[in-house]
Design a protein around this ligand. Structure first.
Ligand SMILES: Nc1ncnc2c1ncn2[C@@H]1O[C@H](COP(=O)(O)OP(=O)(O)OP(=O)(O)O)[C@@H](O)[C@H]1O
Ligand SMILES: [Mg+2]
Length: 317
């Protein structure tokens, strides 16, 4: 039996060996389980099937595979949940952006008034108070600026090599975090140039990479922190309900403590942060950027292995 026929099915199909490890997954399974074939092969399907209630398991005889697993189509409802989550995030972003616009003008007035007041104050001790007002107003203004930043719904397309922005992101991380972590590159050099908004994509990648570096360097007892950047071509991905012939996957992997359990379901929502100094906008903005390009940002995390995947359609002429 040639498994390539399964590629034509919308039903997710996995083939398992004697020890019940995945040896083959069709594209529908990759999409449904949110993992590439490369990630699925060799794994036990139980890791990926947690959320699914009915899976059909058929023993195979006289075949190179021991079991065939089918995941009926109705369970693709999980997709709809994902779509709903993306729509919710967009709506929240819109509300916050409107709020930020409302805050911006009075904030500027507040800062100017505090500056004028400061000039009038002869007593240096009293100036400490106006300093606090000015500094806090600046901090808020920064937050507001980040909230209103992705207004542009258009992208400025450039054709460039994705490894160029990977290298740029890593160079910035090296500057910021120095020798405190090991950077590993795992590039597929056959990835063709992509057409995308270079600056925005770099910013999105940097948000994700910086999170990984922060998680690694802020963790208390991590002996060998490693941050890995991997690029791969994915075949026939379905991104935002649109099938593509090819896609690009940039994976950012770290061996840090993992995303806190309590944040996992709402990680891409704005203002969700687990860090004292965080604003909780990095991932939300990165997700918005990928969606604007017709792609998605997704993640899997457990202690010792966290990966964020930036998936983009890759259209070749
Ligand atoms: N690689 C990771 N490992 C562990 N936790 C992570 C990782 N990436 C993100 N997180 C968690 O997700 C939270 C949200 O990340 P996000 O980038 O959106 O906001 P932030 O980093 O807190 O603030 P900022 O807006 O400055 O980026 C982080 O605060 C952190 O708790
Ligand atoms: Mg961040």
């Amino acid at each position: 039996m040639d498994p390539s026929g399964f590629e034509l099915l919308q039903t997710a199909v996995l083939l398992l060996d004697e020890s019940e490890r995945i040896v083959y997954a069709n594209s529908a399974a990759e999409e449904l389980l949110g993992a590439s074939r490369r990630q699925l092969v060799g794994q036990s399907p139980a890791i990926f099937l947690g959320g699914l209630t009915s899976v059909l398991k058929t023993p195979l005889s006289g075949q190179p595979w021991a079991w065939l697993l089918e995941i009926p189509v109705h369970q693709a409802a999980r997709f709809d949940d994902q779509q709903q989550a993306l729509a919710d995030q967009a709506a929240q972003r819109e509300t916050l952006r409107n709020l930020a616009h409302e805050v911006r003008n009075p904030l500027t007035g507040l800062r100017v008034a505090a500056q004028l007041l400061e000039m009038e104050l002869a007593d240096r001790n009293l100036q400490d108070y106006t300093r606090v007002i000015i500094e806090e107003a600046d901090r808020l203004a920064n937050l507001v600026a980040r909230l209103v930043s992705p207004q542009r719904q258009d992208i400025e397309p450039h054709c460039f090599n994705v490894h160029e922005i990977c290298e740029r992101a890593l160079a910035l991380i090296e500057l910021e975090f120095g020798q405190r972590l090991t950077l590993v590159r795992d590039y597929d050099t056959s990835v063709p140039d992509i057409v995308a908004d270079r600056d925005r994509l770099l910013q999105a990648l940097l948000n994700v990479v910086r999170n990984g570096a922060q998680a690694l360097t802020e963790a208390a007892d991590l002996s060998a922190p490693v941050l890995q950047l991997r690029t791969r071509i994915v075949h026939q991905p379905v991104l935002l309900r649109t099938p593509h012939r090819m896609g690009l996957m940039i994976t950012v992997i770290d061996n840090g403590p993992g995303v806190p359990e309590a944040l996992q379901n709402k990680l891409f929502h704005p203002l969700v942060t687990g860090r004292a100094q965080g604003t909780g906008l990095g991932l939300n903005l990165a997700q918005a950027c990928l969606q604007l390009h017709g792609g998605v940002l997704e993640f899997d995390s457990r202690p010792g292995h966290t990966e964020f995947r930036l998936l983009l359609p890759l259209e070749t002429p």
